[in-house]
Design a binder for this molecule. Structure first.
Ligand SMILES: Nc1ncnc2c1ncn2[C@@H]1O[C@H](COP(=O)(O)OP(=O)(O)O)[C@@H](O)[C@H]1O
Ligand SMILES: [Mg+2]
Length: 228
């Protein structure tokens, strides 16, 4: 059986507005293995982004814990948590979050430079990844000179540059037309098969069902497995 990359135990999150405590989810159990592509689906407002942020150690739960391999986010100091996030996780969001002043190549290199790797090795790897996602002719384009689908490909290349254990995607196709969304899903599937990393996609896009190994639905604060 392949190794568990991510696990959450009894994860509960409440938001407190000073007067009321509102539960987003309660006692969620979930794990993800190396090489697996999983989707968490749910209606808008069901808590998908909140859950993803917790899995990524960007926000801490009210109770319960999240383990990346065997280390829990809550046991790490802030500096270790940021470093671990940069080296072990890749992120892709609905809005690409590329830096507008920098070229596609520089955007992809960035997480590797932050990890103190040499400029030369970062450049070579960024070129290889941009080629892999079909953008070998776009190294020097800035985000504003790329189509929506191309920007998302750059964001995917950037997410992969530090060889993460896990790539987390929040509505990665949410801003794309149907044809482009299908191309991006196809790309993710190809990459997942080739790279043997784990991918977790949170989305309200129900068609994701057919593209991934396992599907979980977040509904009324509980997570139910529907596939896999
Ligand atoms: N920082 C916050 N403070 C209070 N409530 C929040 C906060 N972030 C999200 N929520 C609430 O938590 C619920 C889940 O939001 P979210 O995780 O963004 O859902 P989704 O990504 O599934 O659309 C919503 O009801 C939202 O209003
Ligand atoms: Mg969301």
């Amino acid at each position: 059986m392949s190794k568990t990359v991510l696990e959450c135990r009894d994860l509960t999150k409440h938001y407190n507005d000073g007067k009321h405590s509102v539960a987003v989810f309660e006692s969620i159990q979930f794990f993800l293995r190396k090489g697996e592509i999983a989707a968490i689906v749910g209606a808008s407002g069901s808590g998908k982004t909140t859950l993803l942020n917790m899995l990524a150690g960007l926000d801490l739960p009210t109770s319960g814990d999240v383990f990346l391999h065997d280390a829990s986010w809550s046991s790490m100091k802030d500096t270790v948590r940021s470093k671990t996030r940069n080296s072990s996780l890749g992120f892709v969001y609905q809005f690409h979050h590329l830096l507008p002043e920098f070229s596609a190549l520089e955007n992809v290199m960035m997480p590797m430079l932050i990890a103190n790797k040499s400029r030369k090795s970062a450049e070579q790897k960024a070129k290889d990844l941009l080629t892999k996602v079909g953008l070998s002719e776009r190294y020097n384009h800035r985000p504003g000179q790329l189509s929506g689908g191309e920007r998302q490909r750059v964001a995917i290349a950037r997410a992969l540059i530090n060889d993460p254990l896990l790539v987390l995607m929040d509505e990665p196709t949410g801003n794309l037309d149907e044809t482009t969304a299908t191309e991006i899903k196809q790309l993710v599937k190809t990459l997942a098969n080739e790279l043997n990393m784990a991918f977790l996609i949170v989305t309200h896009d129900e068609s994701m069902f057919d593209w991934v190994n396992s599907v979980y639905r977040l509904k009324l604060g509980k997570l139910h497995q529907e596939k896999g």
